[in-house]
Design a protein around this ligand. Structure first.
Ligand code: GLY
Length: 258
């Protein structure tokens, strides 16, 4: 059974109002409310028996609270990504400084130009990693990622995205063969052998729940998904993410869990 010991989060910055958004969930984030929601997110994580490293806001990067994208952290190695979003590319430098406190130098790997990859496109299922080929993660990034994972005994396969921002926008693994799946991922052959909960269209945002040491954190306002996750047998914690949703961000984007 997987276990996470550490979580890294970064406090939202005031510049988050300038963050990238598709406009799917309209409105501009309210900063003070985002801070309150981030506090609640940290409290939820602390209930999952992990230590939480809280990084200060970084005003240079409006989307920098979404720490999942500049790195992928595994049991055996850390991979500093190369975000495909130009305005986010420099987020890797400060996250790498933090990651050096947890991983030895020889186990810190990098995705390099012309490869791009964002952590939101990576879904870890045991020793296998699904990687979304998206507007942010390209073929060369996936090739480099697969090479790195191979060195550590992990496998990797590509999932072509047609609609959503990141792979984990629409599909998330809750361990124990349980998968939350929505939209374009429902009919993908690679996910048919999981115990799937098919998310109704009106709750698509809640495909992005996170499993942390046996508990599942679920976004507020999605009763069908909440009930489904509870029926799977998980303890659940509900956190309001409305201000991050306006930037297409979800529960997984807000932390690195390892
Ligand atoms: N707003 C988060 C992102 O687009 O990466």
């Amino acid at each position: 059974m997987r276990r996470f010991n550490h979580v890294i989060v970064r406090r939202p910055c005031k510049a988050m109002v300038e963050g990238i958004t598709s406009g799917l969930y309209p409105g501009s984030p309210e900063y003070e409310l985002a801070l309150d929601q981030h506090d609640a997110y940290i409290e939820a994580l602390k209930k999952c028996d992990v230590d939480v490293t809280i990084l200060p806001p970084d005003e240079e990067y409006p989307d920098s609270c979404f720490v999942e994208d500049p790195a992928v952290l595994t049991e055996k190695c850390a991979i500093i990504t190369n975000p495909g979003a130009t305005s986010r590319n420099g987020e890797t430098h400060s996250i790498e400084e933090t990651i050096r406190k947890f991983y030895p130098e020889e186990r810190i790997e990098h995705i390099c130009d012309p490869g791009t990859l964002e952590g939101g496109d990576v879904m870890m299922c045991g020793d296998h990693f699904y990687v979304g080929r998206s507007e942010r993660t390209n073929e060369e990034g996936i090739r480099q990622f697969a090479d790195i994972l191979g060195k550590y005994g992990y496998s990797c396969s590509e999932v072509k995205l047609e609609e959503v921002l990141h792979l984990k926008t629409g599909v998330n693994y809750l361990e124990n063969n349980n998968l939350l799946v929505s939209g374009e991922f429902i009919h993908k052959p690679e996910f048919q052998n999981y115990d799937r909960y098919i998310i109704p269209d009106e709750e698509a945002y809640a495909a992005n729940c996170i499993w942390v040491n046996g508990k599942v954190i679920v976004p507020e306002g999605y009763p069908a998904v909440l009930e489904a996750v509870q029926t799977m047998g998980y303890d659940t914690i509900v956190v309001d993410t409305s201000e991050f949703r306006k930037l297409d961000g979800g529960l997984s984007c807000l932390s690195l869990r390892f």
